[in-house]
Write a protein that binds this ligand. Sequence first.
Ligand SMILES: C[S@@+](CC[C@H](N)C(=O)[O-])C[C@H]1O[C@@H](n2cnc3c(N)ncnc32)[C@H](O)[C@@H]1O
Length: 272
Amino acid sequence: MERLTLSKKEFELFRHYIYEHIGISLGAQKIYLVQARLAKRVKLLHLNDFSEYYNILVNDKTGHELEYLCSLISTNVTSFFRESKQWEFWKNNLSTMMEKKNNKLRIWSAACSTGEEPYSIAMFLEENAPNIDIKILATDVSPRVLKEASGGIYSEKAVESLGNIYLNKYFNKVHHNENSVYTIDEKIKRHIVFRGFNLVTGNYDIFKEKKFDIIFCRNVMIYFDKPTQATLVQKFYNMLQPGGYLFIGSSEALTDIKTGFKSRSASIYQKV
Ligand SMILES: C[S@@+](CC[C@H](N)C(=O)[O-])C[C@H]1O[C@@H](n2cnc3c(N)ncnc32)[C@H](O)[C@@H]1O
């Protein structure tokens, strides 16, 4: 099949659409990346060019094509217990954080990718605060990663950084042909609800009555421009309980964003 070329005009259309609907702001130099990622979809749908795909996208009222586009454009890289310093901070401050919490913690893993983050949160709490009532909401815009996340099946490579204590306690090893896979145990899964949610265009009214104690939004804001980040951070602020925490990625920061958050440690903020 002929190599598909994304014209500058087509790129501008996609660039604008992606910014409006996903919040990701792509620089002009990303034209080849967008071309490579979208070409897969154009071929899969047996279309002739990118313009045909653009028409399908903007006319799709179900929102499914937008979700698919998100999977193509964003990076889903993640791992268990990513950002090790944050887990240390949490461990050292857990008892203070639990004061006045009535033994209940409500946590949101926003942009959870394939599930390693919410499962790490649940395992961490099982280990360090086994008797508390934990509810974790895990959301992502991409249906593909959410399907993997709720399946909770991981390769040997994905779990290699976890020690045997975690593997033996919280996973079941299943032999699959020549290889082994690891499935997350029900005692961890039961704490988590997976849902689709777009952080940029989603309707936050659905969270109205429910405030969170901790929000993890790590390694996704980096793709958004400053105004989008600022709007999102304000929404997180409103959705946290007084004294609640926001964990962001180590390459992200709230500098230049006016917020009521106080920095407590690297990439960890508290609503005061
Ligand atoms: C690099 S992963 C981060 C996963 C995890 N939080 C971590 O730090 O390891 C980024 C995730 O953000 C999701 N994402 C991108 N744009 C989004 C949006 N507008 N709303 C919700 N999720 C989004 C992607 O689908 C992807 O799974």
